[in-house]
Design a binder for this molecule. Structure first.
Ligand SMILES: Nc1ncnc2c1ncn2[C@@H]1O[C@H](COP(=O)(O)OP(=O)(O)OP(=O)(O)O)[C@@H](O)[C@H]1O
Ligand SMILES: O=P(O)(O)OC[C@H]1O[C@H](OP(=O)(O)OP(=O)(O)O)[C@H](O)[C@@H]1O
Length: 208
């Protein structure tokens, strides 16, 4: 039988995810730290692993290039892709927040918001009826209110250290984030048994 394809987000969650897969019985023997290889098979040839940039995981899964994906809820929400979310892996825990200087207010007629997540930022403020101009940044988002480029930021907070060291505070807490397993809708219909077995194995590893 053909292996199912699983897209994994490269980056800070990869180590924990590989450990979880190992615990679930999926061993990738030729997977080595610092390797530049992007495709791996588990020893039973049941899973083909592909490493992609975190932000691209939902795209691979929606397009069916991968049957499954493991990625943070932040990137799932921001992508707005049409996929099923199957399981919370309870790793990579952090939170979406609106943050800014202590003097910042959300009660302005028009706010300038900097974020790595412009779709989420826009949707949030739109729901609240607040007009915003969103500036998309790719990192060091905390800098924007410090140098006066934005009134506030929408970003993820884990320990709170980055905000604290830059003199910013949380103005409002939004969604809780953690790593999730997502699946392509057509794959779930046509490869149900294989996907359900994979999910069951992951679930047991999470509980065990
Ligand atoms: N402190 C944190 N900062 C960023 N992401 C975190 C943090 N804690 C947990 N995460 C989760 O880890 C995921 C991957 O983070 P990582 O920094 O590796 O990716 P990225 O920021 O998308 O990648 P890159 O830095 O290559 O653009 C995030 O999408 C988020 O779900
Ligand atoms: O609450 P903390 O534990 O301080 O973590 C939050 C920080 O981590 C992330 O940035 P990242 O490290 O991915 O760097 P970046 O500036 O390149 O986005 C996020 O965008 C915050 O800046």
């Amino acid at each position: 039988m053909q292996p199912i394809t699983l897209a994994l987000a490269k980056g800070r969650t990869i180590k924990g995810t590989i450990q979880l897969l190992h615990k679930a019985g999926y061993n990738f023997t030729d997977l080595q730290e610092n390797s530049r290889k992007l495709v791996f098979f588990d020893s039973k040839q049941e899973v083909q692993l592909i490493f992609v940039k975190a932000v691209d995981v939902p795209t691979y899964v929606e397009k069916g290039a991968a049957d499954l994906g493991i990625v943070g809820k932040d990137n799932i929400l921001e992508s707005a892709k049409d996929v099923y979310e199957m399981l919370d892996l309870k790793e990579g825990k952090c939170k979406f927040v609106i943050a800014g200087k202590e003097s910042a207010t959300l009660n302005k007629n028009r706010l300038v918001v900097a974020s790595k997540y412009p779709y989420i930022a826009n949707s949030h403020f739109q729901k609240k009826g607040i007009q915003v101009e969103t500036i998309k940044l790719n990192g060091s988002v905390e800098l924007a209110p410090l140098i006066g480029m934005a009134d506030v930021i929408v970003d993820i907070v884990e320990t709170g250290r980055t905000l604290k060291e830059n003199g910013l505070i949380v103005l409002e807490e939004l969604d809780e984030i953690s790593t999730r397993l997502i699946t392509n809708k057509a794959s779930f219909a046509t490869k149900t048994t294989r996907i359900e077995t994979f999910i069951r194995n992951l679930q047991q590893a999470l509980e065990g």
